[in-house]
Write a protein of this length. Structure first.
Length: 65
């Protein structure tokens, strides 16, 4: 299932890697696409939306739901 999130606070490549790593920890098969200029994170995963939001928020980024 493809899910799209607005995530603020990502400012560099390290931020993108942190979010990607967090999402792949909850779903190793997750496909993650990040567009920092649009504050957009797209995730192809079977995990529920709230689990994905928590994983991103636990890395310290704000997620608009």
């Amino acid at each position: 299932m493809n899910q799209t999130f607005t995530v603020t606070g990502m400012r560099c490549d390290h931020c993108e890697r942190s979010v990607t790593r967090a999402l792949q920890q909850i779903d190793p098969q997750a496909e993650v696409k990040i567009d920092r200029s649009q504050n957009r994170v797209e995730v192809q995963t079977q995990q529920p939306r709230e689990v994905v939001v928590k994983a991103i928020a636990d890395e310290g980024y704000a997620v608009a739901v």
